[in-house]
Design a protein around this ligand. Structure first.
Ligand SMILES: NC(=O)c1ccc[n+]([C@@H]2O[C@H](COP(=O)([O-])OP(=O)(O)OC[C@H]3O[C@@H](n4cnc5c(N)ncnc54)[C@H](OP(=O)(O)O)[C@@H]3O)[C@@H](O)[C@H]2O)c1
Length: 262
């Protein structure tokens, strides 16, 4: 299936590693020009080189902390100047810290808000005028399965990501007339480095990494943890003209982990 992404311009945030990188790779593999961003410049440039080597699509790496307004503005401006348009925006960021409600003070809530919700608001606000000009657009927000089901110790992530889901619903209504779709992806367990670091941090004695992975996967109907490229494929599809009638929704990618039928 040709996803008709050749020549499209995609901005993918938090994309030197993990889910963002897999999304950028999938879009580039389909022929999109991709602008990637993260804080660590060296890592980001290594990723840009890797994506270019594998896909031969045009990749630009721009250092950005998505929680800083001046860097966000510079990122969008530079991307638009380079390519003359923006077709696709993939919002993503590192996750807020895990913990229970009573362990977080105002400062923790404020920085989770800035990292996860305010960054998404700002990128949408800056990218939408460019999408309007071309008569179409795709906004995809990477959230978490915690917006669909209870996830222990994730009060910051869950609360703030619910805001992303709410904002996306409002935006999808307001931007439908401009042929701009807005959707969220809710990943369950996907084996990125961040995930590996968390899972293998306190290895139980006598257990191998494979045992830990099998334990974590036992309640998942597909009996395995997801692969980043599987999420990348979903991003590429949602970003494509073929997904033109999908908007205002949150799609889980979780191997069936959420047991609710709706
Ligand atoms: N993997 C999963 O199973 C899973 C499940 C549910 C939800 N999620 C959520 O999905 C998101 C991505 O997770 P991941 O597993 O892909 O993590 P990851 O492998 O640790 O990658 C995180 C990426 O985000 C970048 N980043 C972090 N903070 C940033 C910031 N302030 N500004 C710009 N870039 C930033 C990192 O680069 P720098 O550090 O250099 O900036 C890196 O490229 C997180 O919000 C996570 O909570 C993941």
């Amino acid at each position: 299936m040709d996803l008709q992404l050749s020549g499209k311009v995609a901005l993918v945030l938090a994309s030197s590693k993990g889910l963002g990188k897999a999304s950028a790779m999938a879009l580039a593999a389909e022929g999109a020009n991709v602008v990637i961003g993260a804080r660590d410049k060296e890592e980001l440039e290594k990723t840009a080189a890797e994506i270019y080597t594998k896909t031969k699509s045009k990749i630009i790496a721009i250092q950005v902390d998505v929680s800083k307004i001046n860097e966000v503005e510079k990122f969008v401006q530079q991307a638009a100047d380079e390519f003359g348009k923006i077709d696709i925006l993939v919002n993503n960021a590192g996750g807020p810290p895990f913990g229970k409600f009573e362990s977080f003070d105002d400062a923790a809530w404020q920085s989770a808000f800035e990292l996860t919700l305010l960054s998404t608001i700002r990128f949408c606000r800056l990218a939408v005028p460019h999408m309007r000009k071309t008569g179409s657009g795709r906004i995809i927000n990477i959230t978490s399965l915690s917006v669909k089901t209870y996830l222990e110790n994730s009060v910051l992530s869950t609360s703030i990501r619910m805001g992303v889901v709410g904002m996306a619903k409002m935006l999808s209504n307001e931007l439908g007339v401009d042929n701009i779709t807005v959707n969220n992806i809710a990943p369950g367990m996907i084996l990125t480095n961040r995930m590996k670091e968390t899972m293998f941090k306190n290895m139980p004695a006598g257990k191998s990494e494979k045992d830990v992975l099998n334990d974590r996967a036992k309640d998942i109907p597909l009996k395995r943890i997801g692969r980043p490229e599987e999420l990348g494929a979903l991003v590429a599809f949602l970003a494509s003209p073929l997904a033109g009638y999908i908007t205002g929704t949150t799609i889980q990618i979780d191997g069936g982990a959420v047991k609710s039928p709706w």
